[in-house]
Ligand binder design. Structure first.
Ligand SMILES: [Zn+2]
Length: 295
């Protein structure tokens, strides 16, 4: 077996077992292997080969698996509070009077905020439930980036995408489509979770049962993201490392062996929490990587 990201054939199996099927429901009945490339450190499973991945993401079933309520209103109620965190990754100085596309925008929390300053907003989202609402809010809407190429090839100034590339069948095609959409001088900002190395180290197999999921065929490394962006033709390619969850999340995992989100404890002062996040925002420790690149 070969790593499809870097071409290396030193691939090892790092997990064999059931894969999580959603944030709310259980695990696959079948066992799957998770592989890791020893060179670029990309991890992947191939459960998507057992399902039609496009139809899966377009379906209400998928959204129901990860959300209790699949209405656009419920999406925004849940994700609007994450917009500030995303703006901390993008900055606020790059959107005014620009054409901006958000790939895998869900119900539109982030792109809705960008619409206030951008010249044009392109909302790319496979789920039809959300596309209808996105159209009503005035975005130009497509199901997939490749569908936007006829109209917007070489003409998008800023492309953002958060927590999406790990879901797709081909991460390289994802980056390639972004390159085709980008205007010369345009930029991409693409964020994806890591394999949560500290939680994996602390919790071992308990955490592996949560991290390896049907809907995340990929855990992409910093090296993988850099390689793909360079191969697609991007320049000024760089990665930033980010810790999203605080110390309370780590403690609650250790206590309950289950995800409880970014919970707070009275005895953890915010200054301590911020210091923890800062010390964790490093290569090989952090929970999130962000690829920045220019065309
Ligand atoms: Zn590789």
């Amino acid at each position: 077996m070969k790593c499809s990201i870097c071409g290396c054939n030193q691939v090892k199996e790092i997990y064999n077992g059931e894969l999580k099927t959603g944030l709310l429901t259980g695990w696959t009945s079948k066992k799957y292997s998770v592989f890791q490339c020893e060179k670029c450190k990309t991890e992947w499973n191939e459960a998507y080969k057992d399902l039609d991945i496009d139809a899966f993401y377009e379906s209400a079933e998928y959204r129901t698996r990860i959300e209790n309520d699949i209405s656009p209103e419920a999406y925004c109620a849940k994700y609007d509070k994450e917009v500030l965190d995303k703006l901390s990754m993008t900055g606020t100085g790059i959107f005014r009077n620009r054409t901006v596309a958000d790939i895998g925008c869900g119900g539109g929390s982030f792109i809705d905020f960008i619409k206030g300053v951008a010249a044009k907003t392109i909302a790319i989202e496979p789920s039809e439930i959300y596309r209808e609402g996105l159209r009503k809010k005035g975005h130009t809407v497509f199901a997939y980036a490749e569908n936007a190429l006829d109209e917007f090839a070489e003409s998008v100034d800023v492309i953002t995408s958060f927590d999406v590339i790990e879901h797709v069948e081909s991460p390289y095609k994802f980056i390639e489509d972004a390159y085709k959409l980008c205007t010369k001088g345009g930029q991409i900002i693409i964020g994806t979770p890591t394999d949560y190395p500290v939680l994996r180290k602390m919790l071992g197999e308990v955490f592996d049962r949560f991290i390896f999921q049907v809907q995340h065929p990929w855990v992409l490394s910093d090296e993988a993201m850099l390689l793909m962006a360079q191969k697609a033709g991007f320049k000024n390619v760089r990665i930033e490392y980010k810790q999203k969850y605080g110390l309370g999340n780590l403690l609650s995992w250790l206590l309950d062996s289950t995800p409880r989100g970014d919970i707070k404890y009275d005895f953890i002062e915010e200054s301590v929490n911020e210091a923890y996040k800062k010390s964790m925002s490093k290569k090989d420790l952090c929970e999130y990587i962000i690829l920045y690149a220019e065309k």
